[in-house]
Design a protein. Structure first.
Length: 258
């Protein structure tokens, strides 16, 4: 029987070592590939979360030049109660106001609810033009901030109650302005809560509608509005002395409807 050559023993050991190294290398490669796959998956998830959050932020902020619902261009007024279809021949009542204006607060206390009732019943189309000229006069930015806050509320269908509460809670001393705490308190008082409140807060902080408020001021000034409140029925200025009571306001609207 032939004897196994001693010279072949080192060769066999070398082959076994190389085979073992290949198996170990293959195992290591599998571990590396699996690790890379996991890392890539984590990155994708994180990127997706960031993208969703950024999209939410972009939607909420609008870059400061967004338009409120129902407004098609900068400078246009905001149509109230957009879910109501006005009666045939119903006049348009444009109201020009500044949220820091004491006379506007008095006007709203006397006639605001009448105007809104008429709009909700379809007897008029009510359009608000929110101005901010008092920011310059009073050396603050509360008119713009309050206007922006109200239009942030419009994203949740709460413009009208927010508008009303701004006048109801107008600071007693003209020029004191609205604090962020007051603006937020009003948001919660009109029913903005949960995720909608978080979106509203982002909108407020970012000044989503600042450019829109500025554009309304510029457009109304160019259109001859020099003071607040100013009321126009079908484009014609109405003397406030002629509509100091709900009955007189309704009479003026009925005349415009004939």
């Amino acid at each position: 029987m032939a004897k196994k050559s001693k010279a072949s023993a080192p060769t066999d050991r070398k082959a076994k070592i190389q085979a073992a190294q290949k198996q170990q290398g293959a195992g290591a490669n599998k571990i590396v590939v699996a690790t890379v796959v996991v890392v890539v998956a984590i990155i994708a998830v994180v990127a997706g979360v960031i993208w969703v959050e950024q999209s939410r932020q972009d939607e909420a902020t609008g870059g400061g030049n967004a338009l409120p619902p129902g407004v098609s261009a900068l400078g246009e007024g905001f149509p109230a109660f957009q879910d109501v279809t006005a009666n045939s021949g119903a006049p348009t009542v444009d109201v020009y106001e500044d949220f820091q204006c004491p006379a506007c607060a008095s006007f709203e206390a006397a006639l605001g609810s009448t105007l809104q009732d008429l709009a909700q019943s379809g007897r008029i189309t009510l359009v608000y033009h929110v101005k901010n000229f008092l920011d310059d006069n009073l050396r603050n930015d509360s008119s713009t901030r309050a206007g922006n806050a109200a239009f942030c509320a419009s994203d949740d269908g709460k413009f009208e109650p927010y508008h009303n509460q701004l006048y109801a809670q107008q600071p007693a001393n003209e020029g004191d302005g609205f604090s962020d705490e007051t603006l937020t308190s009003i948001a919660t008082s009109v029913g903005i809560s949960g995720d909608a409140l978080s979106t509203w807060e982002t909108c407020l902080t970012a000044g989503r509608y600042d450019d829109y408020v500025n554009s309304v001021e510029e457009a109304s000034f160019a259109d001859g509005v020099r003071g607040t409140p100013t009321v126009r029925i079908n484009g014609e200025d109405i003397e406030l002395a002629a509509i100091q009571t709900p009955e007189l306001l309704i009479q003026a609207i009925e005349v415009a409807t004939e």
